[in-house]
Design a protein around this ligand. Structure first.
Ligand SMILES: Cc1cc2nc3c(=O)[nH]c(=O)nc-3n(C[C@H](O)[C@H](O)[C@H](O)COP(=O)(O)OP(=O)(O)OC[C@H]3O[C@@H](n4cnc5c(N)ncnc54)[C@H](O)[C@@H]3O)c2cc1C
Length: 287
């Protein structure tokens, strides 16, 4: 398992972007846009008031609450408020708590790294759960955020969405960094490919990582519906870092599903039947 320093990653990515000629403005925010003669008029706000400029493409990489998405009338994913405390570490075990009476919409977790442990939870009940797990441990930092659940569309016309703005995080784990980077890669490839960019983007994203996100969303819905019968998450609650590493790549959740199935005495036939049922109902999902 790798732990990424998000601030350093963002700084490094912006330095790389600047080295390719990108102008970055940290003091302006995207505010609104309108379409004019096949071009996009973008309005930004900041010190000194509003500023307007024209562009051929608009890319909303503006996170789970994406204003670009909302103004484009693209359906919002479900938004789960999340809380995370960094506390002094006591153990090296990764722990997932699956008590749906405490966190009915998701789960809570403890992830150790560098002598500290991240304790987090998502959805209803997060703050109480995290505070109770942290209880007598020294709290070093408190953070919060939103986890989007369920992929939505990737854009409309020449307006495109990447990462959390399109709800591309994994519905079982909430992890979205890899998908944010992969979707950006897919979009840049689509822009450089002949033909309709949005169509290309949907196709390239789906074959790159989108199918994994779709499968994961299906898995999540399956867990939500059938967890009480199958207890799918129980093998995870005792998993340590080596256990998770041995599964392979946590960014490819279908491998984790195989791990769950192999690690627990489940009624596999029933699960396969349920998956087929869910896929049938899910056939409207847009690629
Ligand atoms: C508590 C918590 C723990 C998580 N843990 C993990 C983890 O362990 N592993 C993992 O892979 N993922 C994790 N995630 C998810 C991960 O953080 C996101 O999936 C990832 O950051 C998505 O990247 P993004 O670039 O799409 O969006 P963001 O990182 O949200 O970036 C969006 C950016 O757009 C900016 N912005 C927003 N609106 C505007 C505007 N109007 N104008 C200009 N700029 C704007 C924001 O300021 C922000 O800088 C976690 C999330 C939470 C909430």
């Amino acid at each position: 398992m790798f732990v990424i320093d998000r601030i350093r990653l963002d700084k490094q990515l912006s330095e790389i972007a600047q080295s390719y000629g990108t102008d970055i403005s940290l003091r302006r925010r995207f505010f609104n846009y309108s379409l004019k003669n096949h071009e996009i008029n973008v309005l930004t706000s900041g010190k000194g008031g509003f500023m307007e400029f024209r562009t051929k493409f608009l890319i909303g990489s503006d996170g789970p609450l994406s204003q670009v998405r909302n103004l484009s009338r693209i359906k919002s994913p479900k938004l789960l408020p999340s809380v995370q405390f960094d506390v002094a570490s006591r153990s090296e075990e990764v722990k997932l708590y699956l008590d749906r009476t405490k966190t009915p919409e998701f789960f809570s977790w403890e992830i150790p790294h560098n002598g500290e442990t991240e304790i987090g939870a998502s959805g209803i009940g997060s703050l109480d759960t995290v505070a109770s797990l942290a209880s007598d441990r020294k709290i070093i930092n408190k953070r919060g955020g939103i986890i989007p659940l369920g992929p939505t569309d990737l854009g409309t016309g020449n307006v495109f969405l990447t990462g959390d703005s399109a709800g591309l995080s994994k519905a079982t784990t909430g992890g979205g960094l890899y998908a944010a980077l992969k979707s950006s890669d897919s979009l840049s490839e689509a822009i450089l490919t002949e033909g309709n960019i949005l169509k290309n983007y949907r196709r390239i994203w789906y074959s790159n990582f989108g199918k994994e996100i779709k499968r994961d969303f299906m898995l999540r819905r399956l867990i939500d519906r059938f967890e009480k019968y199958y207890q799918l998450w129980i093998p995870f609650s005792t998993a340590n870092i080596e256990g998770i590493n041995s599964v392979g790549d946590i960014d490819y959740p279908s491998k984790l599903l195989l791990y769950i199935l192999a690690a627990s005495p489940l009624k596999i036939n029933e699960i396969i039947k349920d998956i087929i049922l869910l896929s049938d109902r899910n056939h409207n999902y847009s690629k």
